[in-house]
Design a protein around this ligand. Sequence first.
Ligand SMILES: [Fe+2]
Ligand SMILES: [Fe+2]
Length: 178
Amino acid sequence: MSNTLDKLHIDHRNQAKLLQMVERQAEGVRRGEELDLPLLQLALQYFQNYPDLLHHPKEDALYERLVARDESVAQQITNIRQDHLRLAAETDAIADELSRPYLTPLDLAGRLQRFVDHYRSHMTIEEAELFPRARTLLDAEDWAHVEAEIAPAVDPLFDGAASSQYQRLFTALVRGGS
Ligand SMILES: [Fe+2]
Ligand SMILES: [Fe+2]
């Protein structure tokens, strides 16, 4: 049993809630509703400040240990680590587009939906293939190494009281709406 893996799994559950909110916004546009740009900006800010800065580096440290134990996943791990960079670049690009909306609302909605789909398929590979393998193959020493590599991360949205910066986003997620 690994606490690191459990925490990464909780992160995924939380990221899924954010993605659902982003998807609801994109669907709303197709029904003629307006995008809630400030709320989406907060969501993108969160992806920049927690998954990109802390969740993905922790996974990278884990994947380094995993490939040392099982060379057969080397290509898959190269791909998923490159995907962390792509996700970060996509997040930055969308955050920029939201703050200076030069796309039409429908184009923006399409962009948001692709972002959601990309994130979900990334997490599915991790949850279905890489995490179970890590749970089986990594030992206590590996986990200690992964933990030592990256400082303990506090999630500013979901760990305890959301920081004031994210209060509105937190409230929207609790309500299950936007
Ligand atoms: Fe990842
Ligand atoms: Fe992940």
